[in-house]
Each structure stands twice: as structure tokens, then as C-alpha cells.
Write a protein that binds this ligand. Structure first.
Ligand code: HDD
Length: 682
């Protein structure tokens, strides 16, 4: 086989195909392959008698069922994943010897799992939380895992504090309340007493923590890693995923309602996008820093609570990832996927970031309990697409059958194989960083500024983003019972911005801080979501129609919306065909029983005079809610008075026009803007 092209975009799919099982149309057997003549009745002594111990089929079926569950992930329990591939735009040879980053013609298969951090496996998708963004690259040099989040910094600086952090944000231990939420005493007590969390908290209180879609959020490797090239020269590197659709969020009220109406909102969104051929794309960017510039950024690059502002260290876009295939089986693939920061390839190395170093231990360790033993690398989703050979043997669930007697190194009986490979032939060699020092449990002084970048983040927000941050703090702290914790938090955030702290204090009824504030005046425009990409592609529009609608006009609008990549979803009085004039029919997927405004990005009210008073009332409610979430609304000609009656006529993002062409153009433009923050919402 041609060495260079051993791995291609289909390598992982082809490997997984060997494990696919089609049950449809097959005879029912036991796990031993025995065909069974009956699967409904256990074997009994007489029709009304006790079940017999002898019933091996009953025992096998029940025993298997009793053992179906495995422990959920201790964090990031709720997740959703998809397959895809990564392609490189330009060779990164100057910086790294990683093979998958050398040749733009090589496509590397990937598996990506998105997740919330706090909630249990069955919790809701749209809660306020960071989102995990874990990517497994199946490269020709073995698996490389980039295990990141949609927030570029972390709560803590040292991994030894991770159990404390997680205990504090999980439901409180006495009553297991609240689920999937940080709005409770122990979390905020942790924050106030571990003030390195300040920067991450600003992100968590921002719109970043309530993404519109997994397809519309950034990903970050968070830590500083190392790239090492063929000559052994290293650069520091931070990784970024940039979604082609831009970074967009829900509004808080909407995400609350969605959590009840559609707890699977993000799952549905990703699954349907892929099924409909709207393959999510993310560009991979790197920030590169020469080793000799390590101390020039004014922050310690080993501190995971800090970013490198993009305006200072630009993000170089080097490739693109496309997610194009849903899983065949959630448990086998998504649930059993095991990510690990220590899965690296030659050319990628670590730094001494104490958070990163601790993670290198934790991921392998957690898989042992979660996946039940040391052979989880053999589970199909976790296997590399290249062979693996070593002297590790046995353990629970071992599947490979290693031949021969030799299972040790060094040996003569097998010619001292499997044999280590020198670096110049592709063997992994750790970067020979010089280290010296005393054994000491301490934090470097360079890790002690907890507030400057929190203020930088605040300064970078637009007015509406600032308002959302204040409201999120107000919400969370209003749910905290301890007056002392509330006061501590307010006093802490006075270090970030006085106005912010005072707005919270006033709302929750604690003493406003008299002094504080920050002398940081800089901002980083890249941090504001108002500066992201805006595109109508893949956004949904709820089209409200009733029988007798103007067929040609509506068809014209819908055809143009679809051509712009927008997805119309038809709502009517009943499910099924709705007939319009001139033989135009639409297929209603929803009624107001099954569709709520929060499930759509925009509204297009067509209606027709035949609609019932109840339906009209429901349209008003639906539209009012969409309006209060700042969403684009389009209305057919003749609905002017209706808009006026509902107090939304003439407001930003409310589109109506007698001219069909102009209306369509304006509606598409409005949809691509997502939200109209300058609208008057009472
Ligand atoms: Fe972690 C899972 C991301 C700090 C210990 N982490 C996990 C997942 C993501 C992250 C995306 C889910 C992977 C999947 O989909 O299966 N974690 C991060 C990021 C961090 C971070 C971006 C900070 C920069 N994590 C972190 C620390 C520790 C852990 C400091 C422990 C010292 N993380 C774990 C874990 C998990 C995990 C306990 C739970 C399930 C798993 O690993 O497989 O080992």
C-alpha cells in the first residue's frame, strides 16, 4: 500500500463497517447463536406455575438487560457526536512534523463529541454551561485527541482543584438539587473563595454559555501546547475551531423554555442538519508563539485562565473540519468514545500548564471505571485506523488474539520486536524541554492576576452582551440563599467592573461595593459575538399558513428562502396538506400543539382569511414570543393592521411589503441578522 495515502477520509468508516450488525429480517437467537422458538413467555412449571431456573434464555436476556448501563461521565455526561473529516489548507511543516498537518491532499477522519459539562446524561441541552468540543483525529500516526471547550479559558489553574470545582457546581450533595445548573450556593461559594475563576465566570455568564447550536459555537484547546517540527524546533500553540456559520446564541428566556419543550434541542439540530445535508463546518486555527517570546505577552502562557488576544497573536486558519455522518448507534459510538489529552502524535507536545499536566492523568484513569477495564482502546470507535503492537496483554474484554510466546521487551526470541522506532522514522519522542527546580506546592506569582482579563472580556462586550451578563449574574445569585456568599461574589466582581457589581448588588439586595473597579481599558473585538459571521444558511423559519393562502406568492418567497439555505417549517391548523390558490399545496409538519416559537429562528406569517379565532390567537401568542426574543418576523401583504394591533408594526426586524421581491429580499436579510436587539421589548 502507498504509505502516504494509507489513511483517507473513509478509513474510519470502513473500519467501523466490520462491526455493523443488521438485525432486521434475521432469526432471533440467543447470544450463543441458538435460534429460539419463543421470546414472549418464560419457561414455567405449568401455565400458572413458577418460572424455572432452567430457562437459560430468560436468564440471559434479563441478565444482559440488568447490566446495560455503564457509569456516565463524571463531567460532560450529556453529549452528542458525529463523524467527519479534516482537511488541511496549507502545510504546517515549518511548525510541526505531525503527518496529518503536512499535506493538504490528505483527509483525516474525525469523530467529534459535543457536550454540556454539569448536567447528567438525561438533562437538557440548552442549560447555561460551557460546552465540550472533543475531536478525535484518526491519523496515520495514531489517534490525536483535541479535547476542548467552547470557552477558551478554565475555572482553575491547577488540576488538583478539579474535584473541588466539580463538587461545587454539581447538584448539592444533601438533596441532589439543582440539576444542570450553577445557580446555587455551593458553586458561588467556590467562585468567591477561588477567585482565579473570575475570567471563566464572565464567559459562563455571557451568551457563549447558551449557544444556539453546536454548529454555531467556537472550540478552543484552552491550554498552550507545543508544535515541534522536523528539526526539533518548537513553537507554543493554542488551538481554535471557528464555525463557518458564525457564533450565535439563544436568549436566556428561550433557552429556559427550550429545556422543557425540547430537551434534545441541540441533538435534534445537529442530527437533522447532517441528515439534511447541511454539514457543519469548522475551520481550525492556531495561534503560534515563538519559544523566545514566552514572556512577552504579559500573561503566563501556562495559566489556563488566560487567553492570547487575537489582535495580539493572530489566529492562523490552517484547515477545515466537516461533519457529514451521524452515528449508527449512540451507545456503541458516542457513549463509548474515550477521549484523552495524552493521545498525541509526533509533532504535538505538552507544556507545563499544571491544569494540562493533571488532565494527562485523569482521562485515562476515568475510562478504566467508565468502560470497565484497560482494553477500551479496542472498542471500535476508539481504535486507531493504523495497527497497534506492543506487549500489553489480557485484562477484561480483551479482543485481539496476540499470537506467539513473546510478550516482553527486550527479547531475543522475537528478534526484539515489537521494536521501538527512532524519531526520524516516526517514533514519538518527548520534547526535550529543560526543567529544573525544587519540589514545591505553590502557585507562581505570574498566575496571580485573576481580574485583568475578566475586565478585558467585559470591555469587549457590546451593550446588549453586557446587559445579558448582568442579567445572568442577577438570575444566578438571586437563587443563592446565603447572604454572605452573595456579598462575597459582588465584592469579588467589583474587581472586574464596578458598574457590573453594583447592578448585581442592587438587584439581589446586598450592599453595593463602595470601591473597586479596574484600570484595564483595553478590549478585544474578537470576543464580541456581534463581530461574528452572519449568514441565513440552515436557519429555520416557522411559516404559518391556513387553507386558501396565496399560492404563487408564498411559493415565490419559500423558493427564495430555500435557495438562501433557509429551512421553512410549515405550521397550520392540522398536520398534512394545506391547499393554497393556483394549485399550490404545502405540507404542514406542525400545529401549535407541537410547535413553539422557541424552536424556530424566525417567523413568516402567511395565514389566510379562513383561519379560526383560536388559531389567530395562537398566531398572536407565537409571534409575540418570537418578537420578545428579538427574532425576525415577516408578514404577508394585508397583515399591516394585524401587526399594529399586536404592537409590533414598524419595529426593527419586522418585515412587510406589498412588493414581493422586496419583501423576500428583506426577509432573507433579516433572517441572516438573527436578532434585532434595538427592538422595543416590553
Ligand atoms: Fe475534562 C471530560 C474538556 C479540564 C477531567 N473534559 C471532558 C470532556 C471535555 C473536557 C470536552 C468530554 C470528552 C468527551 O466528550 O468524552 N476538561 C476539558 C477542558 C478542560 C478540562 C477544555 C480545561 C481546559 N478535565 C479537566 C481537568 C480534569 C478533567 C482539570 C481533571 C484533572 N474531563 C475530565 C474527566 C472526563 C473529562 C474526568 C470525564 C469523562 C471523561 O473525562 O472521559 O477525566
Amino acid at each position: 500500500m502507498n504509505e502516504k495515502n494509507q489513511v483517507n477520509e473513509n478509513s474510519k468508516n470502513e473500519q467501523l463497517e466490520q462491526f455493523l450488525v443488521e438485525d432486521e429480517g434475521k432469526a432471533l437467537t440467543t447470544n450463543q447463536g441458538l435460534k429460539m422458538s419463543e421470546d414472549e413467555f418464560s419457561l414455567k412449571a405449568g401455565e400458572r406455575g413458577p418460572t424455572l431456573m432452567e430457562d437459560f434464555h430468560f436468564r440471559e436476556k434479563l441478565t444482559h438487560f440488568d447490566h446495560e448501563r455503564i457509569p456516565e461521565r463524571v463531567v460532560h455526561a450529556r453529549g452528542f457526536a458525529a463523524h467527519g473529516f479534516f482537511e488541511l489548507y496549507e502545510s504546517m511543516k515549518d511548525f510541526t512534523r505531525a503527518k496529518f498537518l503536512q499535506d493538504p491532499s490528505v483527509k483525516t477522519p474525525v469523530f467529534v463529541r459535543f457536550s454540556t459539562v454539569n448536567g447528567a446524561r438525561g438533562s437538557s441541552d440548552t442549560v447555561r454551561d460551557a460546552r465540550g468540543f472533543a475531536t478525535k483525529f484518526y491519523t496515520e500516526e495514531g489517534n490525536y485527541d483535541l479535547v476542548g471547550n467552547n470557552i477558551p479559558v478554565f475555572f482553575i489553574q491547577d488540576a488538583i482543584k478539579f474535584p473541588d470545582l466539580v463538587h461545587s457546581f454539581k447538584p448539592e450533595p444533601d438533596n441532589d438539587i439543582p440539576q444542570a445548573s450553577t445557580a446555587h450556593d455551593t458553586f458561588w461559594d467556590f467562585v468567591a473563595n477561588n477567585q482565579e475563576s473570575a475570567h471563566m465566570i464572565m464567559w459562563i455568564m455571557s451568551d457563549r454559555a447558551i449557544p444556539r447550536s453546536f454548529r454555531m459555537m467556537e472550540g478552543f484547546g484552552v491550554h498552550t501546547f507545543r508544535f515541534v517540527n522536523d528539526q526539533g524546533k518548537a513553537h507554543f500553540v493554542k488551538f481554535h475551531w471557528k464555525p463557518k456559520l458564525g457564533v450565535h446564541s439563544l436568549v436566556w428566556d428561550e433557552s429556559h423554555k427550550l429545556a422543557g419543550i425540547d430537551p434534545d434541542f441541540h441533538r435534534n439540530d445537529l442530527w437533522n442538519a447532517i441528515e439534511n445535508g447541511f454539514f457543519p463546518e469548522y475551520e481550525l486555527g492556531v495561534q503560534l508563539l515563538r519559544e523566545e517570546d514566552e514572556f512577552k505577552l504579559g500573561v503566563d502562557i501556562l495559566d489556563a485562565t488566560k487567553i492570547w488576544p487575537e489582535e495580539i497573536v493572530p489566529v492562523k486558519i490552517i484547515g477545515k473540519m466537516t461533519l457529514n455522518r451521524n452515528v449508527d448507534n449512540f451507545f456503541a459510538e458516542t457513549e463509548q468514545a474515550a477521549f484523552h489529552l495524552g493521545n498525541v502524535v509526533p509533532g504535538v507536545d505538552f507544556t507545563n500548564d499544571p491544569l494540562l499536566q493533571g488532565r494527562l492523568f485523569s482521562y485515562l484513569d476515568t475510562q478504566l471505571i467508565r468502560l470497565g477495564g484497560p482494553n477500551f482502546h479496542e472498542i471500535p470507535i476508539n481504535r486507531p485506523v493504523v495497527p497497534f503492537h506492543n506487549n500489553q496483554r489480557d485484562g477484561y474484554h480483551r479482543q485481539t488474539i496476540n499470537k506467539g510466546k513473546v510478550n516482553y521487551h527486550r527479547n531475543s526470541l522475537a528478534g526484539n520486536t515489537p521494536s521501538p522506532v527512532p524519531p526520524e522514522k516516526g517514533g514519538y519522542e518527548s520534547y526535550q524541554e529543560k526543567v529544573e527546580g525544587r519540589k514545591i506546592r505553590a502557585r507562581s506569582d505570574s498566575f496571580k492576576d485573576h481580574f485583568s482579563q475578566a475586565t478585558l472580556f467585559w470591555n469587549s462586550m457590546s451593550d446588549v452582551e453586557k446587559r445579558h451578563i448582568i442579567e445572568a449574574f442577577q438570575f444566578e445569585l438571586a437563587k443563592v440563599k446565603s447572604e454572605s456568599v452573595k456579598q462575597q461574589v459582588v465584592d469579588m466582581f467589583a474587581n472586574v467592573n464596578l458598574e457590573l457589581a453594583r447592578s448585581i448588588a442592587e438587584y439581589i439586595g446586598v450592599n453595593p461595593p463602595a470601591s473597586g473597579g479596574s484600570n484595564v481599558t483595553t478590549s478585544s473585538p474578537a470576543l464580541s459575538q456581534l463581530n461574528t459571521v452572519f449568514s441565513p444558511e440552515t436557519l429555520t423559519v416557522a411559516v404559518i399558513v391556513t387553507k386558501g393562502f396565496n399560492g404563487p406568492d408564498v411559493k415565490y418567497v419559500l423558493d427564495h428562502l430555500v435557495a438562501a439555505g433557509i429551512q421553512p417549517k410549515i405550521i397550520s391548523e392540522t398536520i398534512g396538506e394545506v391547499s393554497g390558490t393556483n394549485g399550490v399545496n404545502l405540507n404542514a409538519e406542525f400545529t401549535f400543539l407541537t410547535a413553539k416559537s422557541v424552536q424556530f429562528d424566525s417567523v413568516y406569517i402567511v395565514r389566510a382569511s379562513s383561519s379560526s379565532p383560536t388559531f389567530n390567537k395562537q398566531i398572536a401568542h407565537f409571534t409575540d414570543e418570537a418578537f420578545s426574543h428579538y427574532k425576525p418576523i415577516g408578514a404577508s401583504p394585508g397583515l399591516n393592521q394585524w401587526l399594529e394591533r399586536n404592537n409590533i408594526a414598524g419595529q426593527p426586524g419586522v418585515v412587510i411589503s406589498e412588493n414581493l421581491e422586496q419583501f423576500t429580499k428583506e426577509l432573507i436579510d433579516a433572517i441572516s441578522q438573527h436578532r434585532f436587539w434595538d427592538r422595543k421589548v416590553i
